[in-house]
Write a protein that binds this ligand. Structure first.
Ligand code: BG6
Length: 485
């Protein structure tokens, strides 16, 4: 048996993508609440005020806020050992700037946590997942301003104290490294530069994003320290978006470019959060890109004192890197890169690469040697509800099965892996496109891109399959209906 006896099997979500109730019980608007719907080909728009007669997918989402008991019961039925969700900062501090927390928001998450504990499901909480309070965007241009560190710390004080004794695992920022790309400016950092009207083509000022990252590193390190002071049982992790990169050819130019791109995108943030210091390779990157970061006297000490306890990441795809400008970006992947002729892709062009997960787990573990968890992985696909109400998502079973097999290989290779939470265990709104049509769940939600749907929940075929995977601690991966030649 490869997986640890108490391996944490579960699923992952984020507040802004599934809670709905965007302005209920004192909640304020977040950056995500200002995003309209979009599609694979049409970008979500970012509006400065809420427009009448415009559809904002996060406003109702799948209404977990009012249905959490039903949903957590379904997770428990699958046998979840862990449930990853995020707290919406704006439920606790509606503009991000209040002095005292909003009791209704604190109470909601306490109820969610208690409901999980009722079924022995361990909560794994992301403190900030793509929902900076819009008030902070308006006043400070998001994380570009240093003041936001203190605002984030007020928020951490409130939640660390309130959930003490009930929660063990926390993640400071979802996919913190997404801000090494222009797309992460708004979504991850709440930076909205003048002239930005849509999510895909943001007016980008790299200096602000990297300054914002410095502030987030300091906030993350301070949060780690604070959490340990409040409750010595708290374990705090980092969370990276891992875009595994392969050289397109064995041309040394491709090899060197892959190493350089991967350092900035995949390793830089993890290096700071795990090792507590800036990696030296970033000096050259900053110099060549005219980026000067303001670092205060105490900052380097703070980083050293706030190294994370464990490492987590999302893994959906790999990309190839070429030094030949003609190859450019031919894959259609949201993360760019060159198409890999050996891989198939999802309907959204994300290249499917299970072996890349084994490779990635090994690469990261070699670098840090701390416990790891895969906190997002999955297949966004068009699901069809048949007339009898069944949803036969064999493609999703196949995808997950192949990735779990490779995680098992990585464990055999010696990686200290302690959990797996596939993304969107219940259908929810897509972060990149705002669609409902891009579904990841084991549970189907009757909700559509025009806002229609009765929000009822249905078990997909993958629901019972995943139940069997968890029951057998990853031993039984076969899809009962697959006919083998
Ligand atoms: C990760 C995010 O990037 O990928 C999630 O942490 C997101 O918020 C997930 O939903 C899948 O991406 P998408 O665009 O298909 O929703």
């Amino acid at each position: 048996m490869s997986f640890k006896k108490d391996f944490l099997w579960g699923g992952a979500t984020a507040a802004n993508q599934f809670e709905g109730a965007w302005n209920v019980d004192g909640k304020g608007p977040s950056c995500s609440d200002m995003c309209t719907g979009g599609s694979h080909t049409v970008s979500k728009r970012i509006t400065q005020t809420i427009e009448e007669n415009t559809f904002y997918p996060s406003h109702e989402a799948i209404d977990f806020y009012h249905r959490y008991k039903e949903d957590i019961a379904l997770f428990a039925e699958m046998g979840f050992k862990v449930f990853r969700f995020s707290i919406a900062w704006t439920r606790i501090f509606p503009t991000g700037m209040e002095k005292a927390p909003n009791e209704a928001g604190l109470k909601f998450y306490e109820d969610v946590i208690d409901e999980c504990l009722k079924y022995n499901i361990e909560p794994l909480i992301t403190i900030s997942h793509y929902e900076v309070p819009f008030g902070i965007t308006e006043k400070y241009n998001g994380w570009a301003s240093r003041e936001v560190i203190d605002l984030y710390m007020n928020y951490c004080v409130a939640i660390f104290n309130r959930y003490k004794g009930k929660v063990k695992y926390w993640l400071t920022f979802n996919e913190i490294n997404s801000a090494t790309m222009p797309m992460g400016g708004y979504l991850s950092q709440g930076i909205l530069n003048e002239g930005t009207t849509d999510f895909i083509n943001q007016v980008d000022i790299p200096k602000l994003r990297f300054q914002g990252l410095h502030h987030q590193f300091i906030a993350s390190a301070k949060a780690v320290k604070l959490a340990h002071e409040i409750d010595s049982n708290y374990k705090i992790g980092c969370m990276q978006l891992f875009a595994t990169m392969y050289p397109y050819t064995c041309n040394p130019d491709d090899i060197v470019k892959t190493q350089q791109d991967s350092r900035v995108m995949n390793y830089f943030c993890g290096d700071v959060q795990v090792r507590g210091e800036y990696p030296t390779y970033m000096n050259r990157y900053f110099k060549e890109n005219n980026i000067e970061i303001k670092i205060e006297d105490k900052d380097l000490e703070i980083l050293k004192e706030g190294c994370v306890d464990f490492y987590t990441f999302s893994y959906y795809m790999s990309i190839c890197v070429s030094s030949d400008p003609k190859e450019a970006s031919t894959s259609g992947n949201i993360l760019g890169g060159v198409k890999n002729p050996y891989l198939k892709a999802s309907d959204w062009g994300w290249q499917i690469d299970p072996k890349g997960l084994r490779y990635t787990l090994n690469e990261i573990y070699d670098r840090y040697q701390i416990p790891m968890m895969v906190v997002e992985n999955g297949l966004g696909a068009y699901d069809k509800k048949e007339s009898d109400g069944s949803i036969n998502d064999d493609y999703r079973i196949e995808y997950l099965k192949e990735h779990i097999e490779q995680m098992e290989e990585a464990v055999e290779d010696g990686v200290d892996l302690f959990g797996y939470t596939p993304w969107g265990c219940i259908d929810l709104v897509s972060a990149s496109t705002g669609e409902m049509a891009k579904r990841y769940g084991f549970i189907y939600v009757d909700k559509y891109d025009d806002g229609s749907g009765d929000l009822s929940r249905l078990k997909k075929k993958s629901f019972n399959w995943y139940k069997q995977v968890i029951e057998s601690n990853g031993e039984k991966l076969e899809n009962a209906d697959t006919v083998y030649a």
